[in-house]
Design a protein around this ligand. Structure first.
Ligand code: ATP
Ligand code: MG
Length: 257
């Protein structure tokens, strides 16, 4: 059975999508079958993988609300082994439309069950909010949540709120939900602030922080504008090496459990 992880933090711009896309690419490069699910109406993961949103017949919206299967809506990407369930802006409507449904928190989980055997890893890229889309992702995340934290001022702000939501989902909707790991992102070795944040976050989450720290690099921010992952855009760059190492760490952790 495939492992399902949500990549969540309601704070915007902390590296959720960059982590989802590049981690997905490196897990696939390691021979794993990976599905990246774009659960964000901004559809950044979809754009990052070079998919033209106008051309899509189906997307996460139809899977959540119109009974289209995840298999039908998923596309192959240029990375062998990496598939994408794409999103479009209409997913914003789902946040409201889900409210009226029975078992509204379970829609994504239900959609993932039939395809779980086809993949080794399913990564759910969440929007920057704690609304029903993120709750659906946390409810579906049988193997836990990966939390990217940006090495910047106020990095820890809002994490209490995220943790409360995670515990609420664990107590009521998905008893398997755990914190699978905290990923430090956009680290700038030249600043004391980045170092302080690393120490603070390691103190706050003693057991969870990945050893691999993702540096802030131009290459990582450029790759999406070409519809490329860091693996296809700049495979020898320091950002690429970091996401390779992160994928390896996740694979090692998965093998231990
Ligand atoms: P949102 O909350 O809007 O979904 P996010 O948490 O998914 O945002 P990203 O979209 O991954 O965050 O990153 C925000 C911006 O920072 C993007 O422009 C991205 O290219 C850039 N970025 C992410 N990680 C890095 C990095 N390690 N180095 C440089 N730029 C980065
Ligand atoms: Mg994002």
């Amino acid at each position: 059975m495939g492992r399902i992880y949500a990549i969540a933090n309601q704070k915007g711009g902390v590296g959720k999508t960059t982590t989802a896309v590049n981690l997905g690419a490196y897990l696939a490069a390691a021979g794993r079958r990976v599905l990246l699910v774009d659960v964000d109406p901004q559809a950044n993961a979809t754009s990052c993988l070079g998919v033209d949103r106008q051309s899509l017949e189906h997307s996460t919206y139809e899977v959540l609300l119109d009974g289209v299967s995840a298999e039908q809506a998923s596309l192959a990407t240029k990375h062998e082994g990496l598939d994408l369930l794409p999103a479009t802006a209409n997913l914003a409507g789902a946040e409201v439309e889900l409210v009226g449904l029975k078992a509204r928190e379970y829609c994504l989980r239900k959609a993932m069950t039939p395809i779980q055997d086809q993949y080794d890893y399913v990564l759910l890229d969440c929007p920057p909010s704690l609304g029903l889309l993120t709750i659906n992702a946390l409810t579906a995340a049988q193997d836990g949540v990966l939390i990217p934290v940006q090495c910047e001022y106020l990095a820890l702000e809002g994490l209490g709120h995220l943790l409360k939501t995670i515990y609420m989902v664990r107590d009521n909707l998905n008893e398997q939900l755990t914190i699978a790991g905290v990923v430090l992102t956009m680290y700038d070795a030249r600043t004391n602030l980045s170092k302080q944040v690393v120490n603070e976050v390691r103190k706050y989450f003693p057991a969870y922080v990945f050893k691999t720290i993702i540096p802030r690099t131009i290459r990582l921010s450029e790759a999406p504008s070409y519809g490329e992952t860091i693996l296809s855009y700049a495979p020898t760059s320091v950002g690429a090496v970091a996401y390779y190492a992160l994928a390896k760490e996740l694979l090692d952790r998965s093998q231990q459990t």
